[in-house]
Design a protein around this ligand. Structure first.
Ligand code: F6P
Length: 305
């Protein structure tokens, strides 16, 4: 049996742990397994960049972040676009057939799942495993990477509390999540943020400023805001996509935390600072929860194959 594996889209902490779980479980089921690891996500499948792998390649990687296969973003909306005569979907199908794969396992988020679905519609055998720190894959309770990222974002907030308190400052932590606020919400609760803003609920700057002023008046010495990178104000929801783009470009395309800093500074008398942990939230090693979750997901993947 020949199984292809690829890791696609933004990485996260437990990709290696998932592949290890999958491959170990496959070898437990039968010995005649050949693993083909595609390099840099769908690119490897398109351009025949792969390596033959064995069980030993997957040993000792349970606790190692990143991905031993590498990853890349291949936007779904461009998948069916023929560029310089190159048909990406046909190329991927061709590689699959040429290598005589019995199944392709895709570890990816939303976009990667859409492409996987396209390949499945073309007749390829596909198993997908849900990866993303954003926790926003339809039909899943929890994606791998999410818990590890929560731990990092929570630690960031914990650390901000101490320095914010020393200086009596208002500190904004901009947490990853463009369309989904799960990571901000969970770390915001765990990290005891005074204000949590997520993309799903447009914010009202007047209300937030008033809330902060009241808290300070009532004796709170510092304020922590956990805000998702994809937040949008109630005012902005009235704009068309084009108008919003123009407004943001006028602001200099600064990120959510800095936009909010500018808005708050106009309304509140106090020092405001912004911290953007960024890709640190996807970095480092998977937390214990993700190691267990991905071991189980890997076994399920092997069962499906
Ligand atoms: O989808 C995961 C994610 O980390 C989002 O939270 C974030 O908006 C995006 O990826 C960042 O993507 P990139 O690594 O391509 O900058």
């Amino acid at each position: 049996m020949r199984v292809g594996i690829l890791t696609s889209g933004g990485d996260c902490q437990a990709l290696n742990a998932t592949m290890r779980g999958l491959v170990k479980a496959l070898y437990q089921q039968r010995k005649d397994i050949e693993i083909i690891g595609f390099l840099k996500g769908y690119q490897g499948l398109m351009y025949e960049k792969y390596k033959k792998m064995s069980l030993s390649d997957f040993e000792d990687i349970l606790n190692v972040g990143g991905t031993i296969l590498g990853s890349s973003r291949c936007p779904f909306k461009k998948m069916r676009v023929i560029e310089d005569g190159f048909d990406k979907v046909e190329a991927m199908k061709k590689t699959y057939k040429k290598l005589k794969l019995d199944c392709l396992v895709v570890l990816g988020g939303n976009g990667s799942h859409k492409t996987a679905n396209l390949l499945s519609e073309k007749g390829l055998n596909i198993v997908t495993l849900p990866k993303t720190i954003d926790n926003d894959i339809n039909g899943t309770d929890v994606t791998f990477g999410f818990q590890s990222a929560i731990d990092i974002a929570t630690r960031t907030l914990d650390e901000l509390h101490t320095t914010a308190k020393s200086h009596g400052r208002i500190m904004i932590a901009e947490i990853m999540g463009n369309k989904a606020g799960w990571l901000t919400l969970y770390s915001g609760i765990a990290g005891k943020a005074d204000v949590i803003l997520i993309p799903e609920i447009p914010y009202n700057i007047e209300k937030i400023s008033q809330y902060i002023k009241d808290k300070l008046k009532n004796g709170r010495k510092h304020i922590i805001l956990a805000v998702a990178e994809g937040i949008i104000s109630q005012e902005e929801t009235k704009l068309s996509k084009k108008e919003l783009k123009q407004k943001r470009s006028k602001d200099g395309y600064i990120s959510a935390g800095y936009r909010l800093e500018a808005e708050l500074s106009e309304k509140i008398d106090g020092e405001v600072r912004v911290v953007v942990p960024g890709h640190i939230q996807r970095g480092g090693n998977p937390c214990a929860f993700d190691r267990v979750l991905t071991s189980r997901i890997g076994v399920k993947g092997a069962e499906l194959i």
